[in-house]
Design a binder for this molecule. Structure first.
Ligand code: F6R
Length: 350
């Protein structure tokens, strides 16, 4: 939609309304993913590679963490142009690009095919859809959004549904339903919490996001949303790992660091986060307790919060949450400086 054409502009109000209305695209995407039946030979190894960049690649982070928690395939996330050398027949490569025109992801799709791996393309269209059709690969066409990052429900729920329906991700159906219900029922709650977080963010400097390890995909996503929507730089880390290294530097910075803590509200995580903050003594602290009963629901909640709060923070800071210039510039750099995804793909190996 808008990011593909020069003319279309999306106002901050429209952009915010899209994020607030995630429930409908999420439900449609889940149904579309769950309807996909992969060929029997597509993922016999139990290994899945999810390739994508930026707002599209984010979906892979969630699937990887969920599979480790709930059970399912061994998921490798690739945010670049290189499919792992071990991939081959019996492995499944999911190439995710909202626009369908991201060179790194096109390169991965072509590599997957020539390595003999199964390929599922997830996109709104573009060259990725064109190639998947030509190659006879599985294609999931997701609904449009004002921007790839705002299309997170389309990408995440379609991939989760597809993997779940094919025995590659052991997410309970009721849990997915609850997460969709949360997007339907909690608009008031998300708006209120997002407003409070945005008010904190506009006063913040040196924002260090710290999440409990299972919530790390949401911390990375929040960092990206703050960058793209609010034009704010931040860093994202997780405990316990950061407690073994980065904590030392945070403590040395002490009074000049603002900490944003993503807490699942369960032990031992809440205590670990509280004690780590105590060791740092940040200038300012904001603690988000994830809403929901399960890890899936908490991740969906935090992702929604990241989107809504980052758009609200942009408006409060007087910047345009929708427009991107440096990111688009870098896409052109990749197109000009690399051969990735540009050549005619090799035919699938027999
Ligand atoms: C833009 C955004 C970016 C893109 C990235 C890859 O809204 O979120 O991070 O997601 O440049 O592009 P696609 O998603 O089209 O493959």
């Amino acid at each position: 939609m808008a990011e593909k054409g020069a003319a279309a502009m999306v106002s901050a109000e429209e952009f915010l309304a899209y994020y607030l209305g995630w429930a409908a695209p999420a439900r449609r995407a889940y149904a579309a993913g769950a309807a996909v039946r992969l060929p029997a030979a597509a993922a016999t190894s139990g290994r899945v590679v999810v390739c994508g960049m930026g707002g599209s690649g984010a979906a892979g982070d969630y699937v990887e963490t969920l599979s480790r928690t709930y059970g399912g395939s061994a998921v490798t996330v690739v945010k670049g142009p290189r499919v792992p050398a071990w991939a081959g027949p019996g492995d499944l490569v999911v190439a995710v690009s909202f626009s369908g025109n991201t060179r790194e992801t096109l390169e991965c799709a072509a590599q997957a095919l020539s390595m003999g791996a199964g390929l599922v393309a997830v996109t709104t269209g573009g060259r990725l859809a064109e190639l998947a059709r030509r190659w006879g690969s599985q294609l999931i066409v997701v609904g449009e959004a004002p921007a790839p990052r705002a299309g997170w429900p389309q990408l995440f729920y379609s991939i989760a549904g597809m993997l779940q329906a094919n025995g590659l991700l052991s997410l309970p159906v009721w849990d997915v339903e609850e997460s969709l219900g949360l997007l339907e029922a909690e608009r008031g709650r998300i708006e209120e919490e997002a407003r409070r977080l945005a008010e904190w963010l506009v006063e913040a400097s040196r924002v260090q996001i710290v999440a409990a390890e299972p919530l790390y995909p949401a911390a990375v996503r929040l960092r990206s949303e703050l960058a793209e929507n609010s034009k704010l730089a931040s860093a994202a880390s997780m405990l316990p790992e950061a407690g073994h290294n980065e904590l030392e530097a945070w403590a040395a910075l002490g009074g000049s660091i603002d900490m944003l803590v993503l807490d699942p509200g369960v032990e031992p995580w809440s205590s670990l986060l509280r004690e780590a903050v105590g060791l740092v003594g940040p200038r300012r602290l904001y603690r988000v307790e994830a809403f929901g009963e399960t890890l899936l629901q908490k991740l969906v909640w935090l992702t929604w919060l990241a989107g809504v709060a980052s758009v609200k923070a942009a408006v409060m800071r007087g910047v345009d949450p929708y427009g991107l210039s440096a990111v688009k510039g870098f896409r052109r750099v990749v197109e000009a400086a690399t051969p990735w995804g540009s050549g005619e793909p090799r035919a699938p190996s027999a």
